[in-house]
Every structure is written in structure tokens, then in C-alpha cells.
Design a binder for this molecule. Sequence first.
Ligand SMILES: [Zn+2]
Ligand SMILES: [Zn+2]
Length: 298
Amino acid sequence: MIDICLPGTGGMKPLPNRFLTGLWAEHKGKALLIDCGEGMQIALAKAGLSLARLDTLFITHFHADHIAGLPGLLLSAGNYGKSSPLVIYAPKGGREIIQRLCCICPELPFDVSVHEISGSGTIFRNDLEISFMPVRHRIDCYCYSITERRPPVFSPAKADKLGVPLNMRSVLHKGQSIEVNGSIITPEMVTEGERQPLKITYITDTVYFEDLAAFAADSDLLISEGMYGEDEYIPKMTEKGHMVFSQSAEIAAHSHSKELWLTHFSPALTAPEEHLEAAKAIFENTLAGIDGIKKTIS
Ligand SMILES: [Zn+2]
Ligand SMILES: [Zn+2]
């Protein structure tokens, strides 16, 4: 089970009624955040999310609307009582950029470490797999997906049939084998049915390209950028390294995702929900993201 929230849905600059884009994902009491534009700590507070639970921060790229909120976020986290370490993953050069940004908050009550990423890969944090892949923007930029692998379902009927005593079942639950009447019982012998992993994909600040759909394959929720709703903006947005709504809908359709939330709207787009026609024609289950929108993926 993963609790999701979009604290903000804007691109380029924060507005009085729209914070900058980001993704908050909570799992087993710890949270990860993707991106940290200006005012992110206010967006999180407004959405009722506790910075004390923030454990890992992922940065897509070093444009101000995705990173400029970091010093304020760190200072606020300290004020909210965070004492456990914060781990940051960011593109190459991130260590120096973050060090310089944070010269105004040198005394935090928790450790901050920065890991630089390159190419494609997977990071394991708090029983989640976070995969990343370079996208095509004006500078080095990455998309991320969050996956929770789920163990198969325990079958009491199978356990009964094999004569597994009740007091030994917890050992099997932990993934260890046991011996019953001289026979070895493995965890696989008392489970049934593969459970699909849960997957959330976050794509922003990129032009459209085919590999994005493969990266987002089978997402329960795809969060993807749309600067504008109409296709007439495609040439201009491609030039600037961005997408429009219908291009994210193409990714959702080709990746067989279940749901699409659009984000990273242009400040000029005041009512994104009124521009969904082209996207919905391609992928019906499309929603224009709203600041503070939440969902539990299970
Ligand atoms: Zn941006
Ligand atoms: Zn950018």
C-alpha cells in the first residue's frame, strides 16, 4: 500500500493558487518526495503531510521550479522535529549544487547525504524499488517510478492440508522454511496466486519519446507533465523540452497504465480541467492534477 499526494501541480513558478509540481509517496510510515520547487514545505503543510516522516528526496533536474525550495524545506523539516537522516538522489553535479544551495542552512538537526545518479538504474528504499531513466529535456533530467513488490497470499487451506501447526505459521510468513513431521515445508508451499506489484510513475520536463511508455509500463498511476491542453502547442513545447496533455495520454495508453494525472501546468493555463478533450480521446481515465490530491494505491 502506498499513499500518494501531489502537493503541487504547477510548472515554472509558484502561483497564489498553485504550488510547484512534486510527488509525495508514503509507505510503512516513511515518505519520499520527488522534486522540491519554491514553497514546497508550504504545499506539504497545506496537504497535511508531515516533514518529520520525509526520508528520501529525489530530484528530477536542476531547474529552479524543481529544486529552489530545498533550503526552506530542510529548515522547516528541522523545525517540525525531523531528526533522522535525509538521503537525496539527484543528477550529476548534485552534490555541489545542493551544498551551495544549503549554505544558508548549515546547522540542521539531521544528516543530509547526496547521491548522484546517472544512466538508468534502481534504488531500494524502505521496501520500495525506485527506478530512474534519463529523459530528454534542456538539461540532464530523470523520470522515476516507485514499485512495491508484494508477497503472494498465504493460504490457510494449504497450510491445513500440510498439517502446519498454527504456532509455526509466522515463521513461514517471514519467508523461512519449517519442518513438520520430518518433512520440510517451504513458504512457497503454503501461498497461492502471484500478486501484481504496485507501481507509480512520475514523468516531467521532457519531450515525448517512445521509451517513456516502456518505462511507465503497467503503472497503477502515471503522473506526467502537460504544459498545455491543445495539440497546437506541441511544436513550441517540443522546442522548450516539454509535452502537452495528449502526449502524456499517449504514454498512459501505450504503457497500459490504469490512470493518468497531469501535472506541471504552464502558469498561463488557469483551468487545466477545461482542456482535457484531446487527452481523454486517447486515454479516458485522465485527470488534471489538483494541488493536494491524494490516493492510496493498494
Ligand atoms: Zn519544470
Ligand atoms: Zn525543466
